[in-house]
Ligand binder design. Structure first.
Ligand code: HEC
Length: 126
């Protein structure tokens, strides 16, 4: 007669070792086309410097709406012909184009500096 064997019940999977850290995804995405990179443009660099020095970035971001419209949207709405007009708007402030919230005036900013900032913004066109 065969006696009942002891049950080897516990089917533990005791392979606890983690293998996660071996898996690194390959990152060979092509870099964005260098020739179309607006940040090489001296107007971009000078304008960005002025934007960063002033208070613009408390109300504006490039991609997202803050208090003011995203610079990318401003760029898409206007052309190089609007540089003087937009510079004046920065200096005098105003509302009504993007909504009822007003941009504060920037009386201390020169027309030339304001135009330089607008040139930077317009280079963000997509
Ligand atoms: C107090 C918040 C605030 C600050 C600071 C600010 N902006 Fe604005 N900006 C706005 C708002 C709000 C609008 C939308 C105005 C409108 O609807 O007419 C705007 C609109 C603009 C426009 C588009 C104007 C138009 O008529 O379409 C430009 C360009 C611009 N801002 C650039 C700047 C620059 C450059 C600076 C920094 C010198 C700056 N802004 C600082 C709030 C601000």
């Amino acid at each position: 007669m065969l006696a009942a064997f002891a049950m080897y019940a516990c089917g533990n999977n005791s392979t606890g070792a983690k293998k996660d850290d071996a898996a690194k995804p390959a990152t060979d995405n092509a870099a964005p086309t260098a020739s179309a990179d607006p940040s090489d443009n001296p107007d971009y660099q000078k304008g960005l410097e002025l934007v960063a020095k002033n208070d613009c970035l408390t109300c504006h971001k490039v991609e997202e709406k803050l208090i003011g419209p995203p610079y990318k949207d401003v760029a898409n709405k206007y052309t190089d012909k609007d540089v003087a007009h937009l510079a004046e708007k920065i200096i005098k402030g105003g509302s009504g184009v993007w909504g009822t919230v007003a941009m504060t005036p920037h009386a201390a900013v020169s027309q030339a500096d304001a135009e330089q900032m607008v040139k930077y913004i317009l280079l963000l066109k997509k």
